[in-house]
Structure formats: C-alpha cells, structure tokens
Design a protein around this ligand. Sequence first.
Ligand SMILES: Cc1cc2nc3c(=O)[nH]c(=O)nc-3n(C[C@H](O)[C@H](O)[C@H](O)COP(=O)(O)OP(=O)(O)OC[C@H]3O[C@@H](n4cnc5c(N)ncnc54)[C@H](O)[C@@H]3O)c2cc1C
Length: 473
Amino acid sequence: MLQPEILAEFQTLLSVDRVYADAETLALYASDETPRYCLPDAVLFPASHDDVLAIVRLANRHRLALVARGAGSGNVGGALPVTGSLVVSFECMKRIVEFDPANRLIVVEPGVVTDDIDAIANSVGLMYAPDPGSGAYCRIGGNLAMNAAGPRCVKYGATRDHVLGLRAVTGAGQEIRVGGRTTKYATAYDLTRLLVGSEGTLALITEVTLKLIPAPERVATLRVCFSSNAAACAAVSRIMGNPEKNPAAQSVVPSALEFMDRRAIEAISEYGGEYGAAEGLPAGTQAILMVEADGAAADVPRQIAALEAALAGDGLLEIQSGFTAAEIANLWVARKSLSHAVKKIAPLKINEDVVVPVARLANLVNAIDALGKHHRVPIVSFGHAGNGNLHVNLMVHADDAEEMACARACRDALIEAVLGLGGSLSGEHGIGSEKRAYIERELDASTLALMQAVKALFDPQGLLNPGKKLPDA
Ligand SMILES: Cc1cc2nc3c(=O)[nH]c(=O)nc-3n(C[C@H](O)[C@H](O)[C@H](O)COP(=O)(O)OP(=O)(O)OC[C@H]3O[C@@H](n4cnc5c(N)ncnc54)[C@H](O)[C@@H]3O)c2cc1C
C-alpha cells in the first residue's frame, strides 16, 4: 500500500481529483484484456505533459513503478499493474493539439481514441491509416506503445509508419521531443521508431505527431470462400507474390487481405448472434478471405479485376463483392464479430499473435492444424493474412488442469514452429507480461543485452512498466 504521505504528495502535485486510491477505482484499473488481475496502489490521471513530468520525477524520488494505460484493451498484459505500482491513465489527455491538413498531419495527446483521429482526417478527405479492430475505444498512446496495426496495414503499414514525431518523458524524468513534422527527416537517431513499440518501458508518450494520407475515393470488398485452408493460402500467395517469379501473381497491393479458418467460421455461425452471422456461405466452405481494394474511383474496378483473377484457382467456391458502404459493411460483419464470437467457445482464450513471412503462411496454417490435433486443443485462427500475421486462439477451460497442460505444450510447439519458419512472436499485440517468457527464444543474447542497456539509459531505476517486454536483466 502507498504510504499516505506519498499519496498526499501526488495529490498536491496533480490535485485531489486526479489521484485515486479507493478500492473501487483500483479494481477498475487492475486488469486489461488478459485474464489476470493485480491491484495497483493508486491510479493517477494526468491532464498535461507537465503533470506527467511531475509524476515521473516524484516516482523516481520514491522509487515507485509506473504502468501507463490507454484504454486497457491490450491482450498481452501491457497495461496490467504490478504489485506496488501506480497506474498512469492517459484518458484525460485527449486534446487535439493541432490539425494541419495543409501538411497532412495531426498533433494529438495520447488519450485520443484512434477512430476519432481517422474521423477528423476524413472530414477533409484525409485518413489516418492504421485501423486496429479495437479502434472505437483504444487510445493512440496505447497504439504507439504496441505498434498497433489492422487490416489496412497490408497496404499502408503499421502505426510506426505513421508517426512523424513525439514528445515524451523518459523513465529518468527527462523531457524529450523526437522526430519532427516532416515526412523526410535525417537529423537525429530515429528515437521515434524506438519508442513506438516500446510498450511503456522506456518513456511515457505525452504528444504525438501523426502523418495523414489522402483517403481513397472508393473502396470495394470481396468475400471469398474456399474449400480448404490450403486453397485460401495459395490464393494469398498469388495475391502477395512476386509477379516476376510467379506467373499467376499480380501487382495490386490489396488494402486488406484477411483470413478465417473453418473453426472461425463455425464460431461466427454458432455465436455471432448480435454481432452478425456467417450466413449464406456455399456448402463446403472451410476458409474465407476478405479482400479489399481502394484508390481512385476509376482505378478500383481494375484492381478488383486483377485480384479476382489472382483469387481464381483450385478450391475457390465463391466470390461475393461489395461496392456500396452498406454492401461492404455487410460482407465484413462476420470478420469483425470474430474477437467476440470466439470468446463463447470456451471461457479462456490463449491468444497468440504470430507472424511469418507471407509466402510461408500455408506452412503456418498446416502446423496449427497438426498441433491442434496432436495436443487435442481447439484452435481458432484468423487474421491479417497479407502480412502473414495470424491470431491463433487456443480455446480452453482454465479449471481443467489436463486441458491447460495440453494448451501450454501446444503453445510451446507453436512458437517453435513460427520461429522455425523465420517468423516472430508478435505481429501487432506486443509482448507485455504474457509473451515475455518466450522472447529469449527469438532474440539472441547480445541483442537482448543491448535492449537492456537502452532500457537502463531511458529508465535507470527500472520504474516504467517493470516485468513487461524484456526478461529481467
Ligand atoms: C476486440 C479487440 C480487438 C483488437 N484488435 C486489434 C487489432 O486489430 N490490432 C492491434 O494491433 N491490436 C488489437 N487489439 C489489441 C489492443 O487494442 C491494442 O494493443 C491497442 O493498441 C491497445 O491500446 P490501449 O489504448 O487499449 O492501450 P493499453 O492496453 O491501455 O496499453 C497498451 C500498452 O501501451 C502502454 N501505454 C499506453 N499509453 C501509453 C503512453 N501514453 N505512453 C507510453 N506507453 C503507453 C501500456 O503501458 C501498455 O504497455 C485488440 C484488442 C481487442 C480487445
């Protein structure tokens, strides 16, 4: 428990209504989307960069751990408090500092909700491209910390590719401004890219300058049904492959290329409910691809024709297309309901977010199938096929020891398979506390030592998000 004198110091610093240590508030901030729980000692609600600076400096004086929090929608325990820590919630820092359409940029505080940024950009024909599925409630600071991504990222890149610069407070209590306001910048070490994806372990981000791009004039969507996973993966290869090496490949980069396996389709059919169902699928559908094209109105039909030609092949059962907003929304309903539908298969979802080079997606999907059978674990796989990034959900009952042991063995074998394919532990969810045990399998000792040294430079007392991302030094 936090000593009352220290609590009073924080209250003097921020004001009484920005520092909470009552049981109800602590419980509200004790978890994120992972099935874990740890009460913090207090929850702080800074309203400005200066508040954050003051918090970090006082925390340094008393050696108190700080856990940054956006919306708590992360699924790797990134925003999960640790014993004796203070949560720094950015939900009150949600000002649009500057909207500069002429330079296609927007400067925002970290508590702004992601979809709101896109909506502001859309109002003048621009867009903020990264589109995580949680965009309606997650916050941009959390997105930066995790390098969040979404379906559009196959064409436009992840959060990191859209951050021009940022302002932050390091764990040592230094104010820094990194990057700039321009799309070209060659002056400094690229600390912006270092801080994006650092999961709140190096610095607390207090302001972000984001790049905006012209919104496409038109979007068109295809829902494509296949008779097997293999047929769907072969189609992904034809879409994303090198046209010079693969005569069947083409050169249009889709603005989304999403995959759902048979169990995902079953989950939506059985549990979609209010979120929507996978209705009207042709008999024998075992896998679905959602494919999207966007761009100038006159060019989208050409792109769609090229994508349809690439999709044609063994195992293709049906292509449904949508061109109006209503048709497109209707085709996406099933995919967008998945995160919620899978939760109803079993109470606990062990969610892996693995990524492999896209040409090896078929190997990954085969490995998942074999592992599920071998370890007798129901696995639902779906995700961003165009990036080789799949959400692999092991569905289990936490109170069944045998089932849990099988799931752990299965998860272990999955990680081995992914690394063996030249892949990585996480495509977009990050490492947090949940995947930390595996990071040494992917990164060699000297790389990890360098990361530890960087952490020590930014945060010498190890106060920012301890027990996350990196193994203990
Ligand atoms: C239904 C659902 C769908 C999802 N879909 C996607 C998806 O498509 N793509 C995707 O990438 N993720 C997805 N996620 C995961 C999650 O939404 C993202 O990781 C998101 O970026 C987290 O944002 P948040 O505001 O909730 O951050 P939190 O969960 O609160 O925090 C995440 C991390 O950011 C750190 N942090 C927060 N604010 C700051 C700050 N100002 N400075 C420094 N560190 C900070 C925290 O300490 C923590 O480590 C999904 C989650 C759910 C529940």
